[in-house]
Structure formats: structure tokens, C-alpha cells
Write a protein that binds this ligand. Sequence first.
Ligand SMILES: C=C1C=NC(C(F)(F)F)=NC1=N
Length: 223
Amino acid sequence: MSGSSISPEQMRRYLRMYLVIGSVNCREKPLRVVEEALSGGATMIQFREKGPGALTGEAKLALALELQAACRRAGVPFIVNDDVELAARIGADGLHVGQDDESAGAVRARIGNRILGVSAHTVKEARTALVHGADYIGVGPVYPTISKDDARPVQGTGMIQDMRAQGIQLPIVGIGGINAERAAEVVRAGADGVAVISAVTQAANVREAARNLLEQVARAAGR
Ligand SMILES: C=C1C=NC(C(F)(F)F)=NC1=N
């Protein structure tokens, strides 16, 4: 069972067009990218401030608060990646952790009934996440990604299909190299939605990119 107060059905809706964003991914101000993506229909936002040139300390806190405020205005959940202390400090709607972060169980205790997302690369890791009360799992990289320099091997949509075949019922979002052309295939494989970074942050028209991704997912999911 998940430990949050969010129903699985609501969680699946939140996962449809999940934008993962940090200052290093943006050509322009991250706030503008987030606002454009929200106006295009982004259903959840993850603040992932990592990698060379990422903000730290007060600057990271200030950006998190700015982006969270935009999500609150839009009624969209704001999730923090990895940084449990930041998530707790700003009262984020949830936290996303990797397998190698402190155990999801300890994190669940720290964040109470907020949304807990866990990265899972195998059926075994998906089961572990379930036992620790994860509300959703991020599975990938589905395709080659330019956004994460230490990504695991590309797994295609096969891992998502395997998880569903093995009876994993958890809400699943695919991640890694996903764009509008590929979104339907990820959903048909059994994902509830797609998580993207560059498909939106590097788009000439951020709002249209978000809108198109959401349309592709909604169409493949049968609305
Ligand atoms: C490493 C990650 C794996 N999956 C996800 C998401 F898809 F958003 F759940 N986010 C991450 N930061």
C-alpha cells in the first residue's frame, strides 16, 4: 500500500505529463519554462537540481520556492528529487528518490503522507519500492537520454511490459529520451504517463511541446 493520501487513480493522472526540470536543463529562466509547461497541461513537476553547474544552498532554495509557488497557482503537485531536507523544509507535495538514496522506508517516515516516487530498473526493485510505500515508480531509461550522464543501460519499453506481466500494479511513469513521437509506445507498454526533461525544456515552444505530449499520452491511454 502506498503511504500517501493520494489515491492510485489520482496518482496515475498526475503521471501523464511529468516534467522533470533543473536550472541546468533550461535555455531561459526555469520559472518561465515551468509556467509555459503548466499552461500546456503538465500534470506534475519534479525539481531536479543536479549535475555540473547546478545551484546549491540559498540559490537552490529560492528557485525551489519560486517553482513551487507556480505549481501551487496551477494546482499541480511539486516534487523534489533526492533532497529530503529541502522537500521537508518547503513543504513540497512529494519526493522522488533513487534506489541508491537512503532506503525508501526511511524516507517515507520523513515525509509522512506526501507523494513518494522511487526509481526502479528491475521487477525486484519495483517490488521493493512497493513494500516501502512508494506511490509511483519511475522506470527507465526507456531510450537513450542526453539529460543524465550516469544513466543505466537503455531498456526500451520491455522493462515496463515485464513489470506489468509480473503483476506490478503500481503507477508507473517511463523516463529517458521520451518525446511526442515515442510517448504512445511507452503508454501502450503499460506506463501511466511519461516523464521528460529535454523534450520540453529544449523545445522552441515549451507550451506546445507539453500540450502535444499530454495529447499523445491521453490518446494512447484511451483518454
Ligand atoms: C532518476 C529518476 C527516475 N525517474 C524519475 C521519474 F520518472 F520522474 F519518476 N525521476 C528521476 N529523477
